[in-house]
Ligand binder design. Structure first.
Ligand code: GDP
Ligand code: MN
Length: 395
């Protein structure tokens, strides 16, 4: 789960990290002109809050000036009008695609005189099962670009413990910082590690981490992703979820305890079990098409769930054909087959459908599908079923 910059900064502030004073707004900006008196400036920075990076270099759909989603403002009376123009407007960045994202939250922050911009992030390195810090003197910009053009500028540090760590002195030269700045960075790293483990984060990204004119570090941007599987331990963090940022279909699926992830292809998949869903996606790719989604119906694949699954898959206009791949265990294939037939009738479902059953009562299930007179195709062999559904998508 991703959270907004202003939420990330509130959290990091509690862990003692150097964050500038700011104020956040949800739609209503009424109190802004009074609040601004409490924030040091000029300048002030007006920051659009969306779950996407590249805001600074982005642009608005209804552009009110040629600047981006992060604007440094020097005139106090302009802060309000710029914030108003951003609120409700659609911000398009490299990461949002052409559709952009509607700005529902604004963060106003005290400005900072920047001397240098660095990059710092903490993440879980799955190859080593360790928390890793990526740090670079080339901050502020697209770190993916730096990784391609100047990979030597990114330093990876793996941690074997999460407190009282010290940073190697060689960093001083690599990052071109002084001894006292290295000490400050060490303290920041310890605080970030504490935050990372305490909130069960999967990523914390600070880009830029700046050195201000006084030579002190300030966290100017903050992105936090939380580990969904650990959210149950942090109900107060789970509440930070911004539903307007989530895919409506994924939310609908989650409400029904199904796992749905929308993808870009044309073949809809409805499967029970995550492993089988992965294998189904792989085999579709193998025959030259792309899956339109990952959908794990979960353990209880009954009629109602199949209907819900159809509705979700159907609302994606890219879907050309669907493969239902079910392994019957406790749930018998013929029961699911009846569910599928009823669901197709009830929804008057028209997309080409291939059904593949394995496991308990698979033969009975196949007969139900083939005798339905609804034009449904049951194929026992996984490879043949995948070939067929790919072929149907091409017609
Ligand atoms: P992003 O583009 O979505 O990553 O948003 P950022 O929060 O990183 O802001 C983009 C850029 O705006 C930063 O890299 C800074 O160069 C600039 N910026 C952000 N806050 C300030 C500030 O307080 N003062 C100044 N001068 N520039 C800022
Ligand atoms: Mn940034």
């Amino acid at each position: 789960m991703n959270i907004h910059e202003y939420q990330a900064k509130e959290i990091l502030k509690k862990f003692g990290l150097p964050i500038l004073k700011g104020k956040s707004y949800n739609k209503n900006l009424e109190t802004l002109s009074a609040d601004i008196e409490d924030l040091n400036g000029p300048p002030w920075v007006v920051k659009s809050q969306i779950h996407a990076g590249g805001r600074g270099a982005g642009h608005f759909k209804n552009s009110f000036n040629d600047k981006g989603g992060v604007q440094v403002v020097f005139e106090k009376n302009e802060v309000s009008s710029i914030a108003k123009s951003m609120m409700g407007n659609v911000l398009i960045t490299k990461q949002t695609g052409e559709i952009g994202k509607t700005v529902n939250h604004i963060f106003i922050e005290e400005g900072c005189e920047i001397d240098r911009e660095l990059y710092l992030s903490l993440l879980v390195d799955r190859n080593n099962s360790k928390v890793m810090m990526m740090i670079s003197s080339a901050g502020g910009m697209d770190i993916e670009e730096v990784a391609v053009s100047n990979p030597e500028k990114i330093i990876n540090i793996h941690f074997t413990k999460y407190k009282d760590i010290s940073l190697d002195e060689s960093l001083q030269i690599k990052l071109e910082i002084t001894k006292s700045q290295l000490d400050e960075l060490t303290s920041i790293t310890n605080k970030l590690l504490n935050a990372f483990t305490s909130i069960d984060a999967s990523t914390i990204e600070i880009n830029p981490l700046v050195l201000n004119k006084e030579g002190n570090f300030v966290l100017l941007d903050a992105k936090i992703s939380l580990d969904d599987n650990a959210l149950f331990r942090h109900p107060e963090l789970a509440e930070l979820k911004d539903l307007t940022e989530e895919d409506p279909l994924e939310l609908q699926a989650a409400e029904h305890d199904m796992n749905y992830v929308k993808l870009d292809g044309s073949i809809g998949c409805m499967v029970n079990g995550a492993g089988l869903a992965m294998a189904t996606m792989d085999i579709i790719k193998q025959f030259g098409k792309e899956p339109a989604n990952f959908l794990d119906l979960g353990g209880t694949a009954n009629k109602d769930r199949v209907i819900m699954g159809f509705k979700i898959i159907q609302s994606d206009p890219n879907v050309k054909s669907i493969l239902i791949n079910i392994f019957g265990g406790i749930i018998h294939c013929d029961m699911i087959a009846n569910g599928i037939v009823e669901a197709v009738k009830e929804l008057d479902f028209k997309l080409p459908l291939v059904v593949r059953f394995q496991g308990t009562n698979s033969r009975e299930g196949k007969n139900v599908i083939n005798n339905s007179n609804l034009g449904l195709i049951a194929i026992e062999d996984f490879t043949e079923a995948a070939k067929k559904v790919v072929e149907l998508a091409k017609e």
